[in-house]
Write a protein that binds this ligand. Sequence first.
Ligand code: GDP
Ligand code: MG
Length: 198
Amino acid sequence: SWSSSDSVISTDSAGETRGRGVPFRVVLLGGSDVGKSAFARIFAGAADSMDIDDCEIYGDETSERTIEVDGEEATITLLDTWTTEDDGNCMAQEQSTQTGDAYLLLYSITDRASFLRASELRITLRCHRPARHTPIILVGNKCDLVRGREVSVSEGLACAAVFDCKFIETSAAMQHNVWEAFHGIVRQLRLRRDSKEA
Ligand code: GDP
Ligand code: MG
């Protein structure tokens, strides 16, 4: 048959709608030490979790990878934001709230301050893009550290409900739910893309 929707390259007049081969820009946001770089290393293909501290990278780092989600390939360009100790304003992160197609908003379940930081960043995101429905997943990382927990699952869920975003708890150290988070963001990006194409 001539049903060949996959070969159709669709762009609207503003060039905003992405063809299927154009990478999605996904940004890792969150306070320091929540596991953003650990996520980035898993995404980039670190051999196993023992590698996650092997190379500390200073500076924003991007990596690009094509993954299969629900039988369809998706290319993601991942931006790992970073902050230095004395960078109280976290300017790099504030700027990156304007550049992504989607965001993984991380906190550590063992660090309540990082949970509050995630709320601040969510508000910044909303200010920078009030009209657009940007896919965001709130990610409670380090769920392997059971005895150090400071933020409960129900608090994370309630926060995500207020933020109008999805929620997942992960452990980068155990490689638990990390790919589920990336797959979830691709599914949300596709929903948004498909509704634009309709
Ligand atoms: P970033 O500052 O957000 O980039 O955080 P990093 O990825 O550098 O991680 C900060 C520290 O937390 C490192 O020592 C990591 O090994 C550790 N870490 C990251 N994710 C996890 C996790 O899921 N569980 C545990 N136990 N430690 C983690
Ligand atoms: Mg880092």
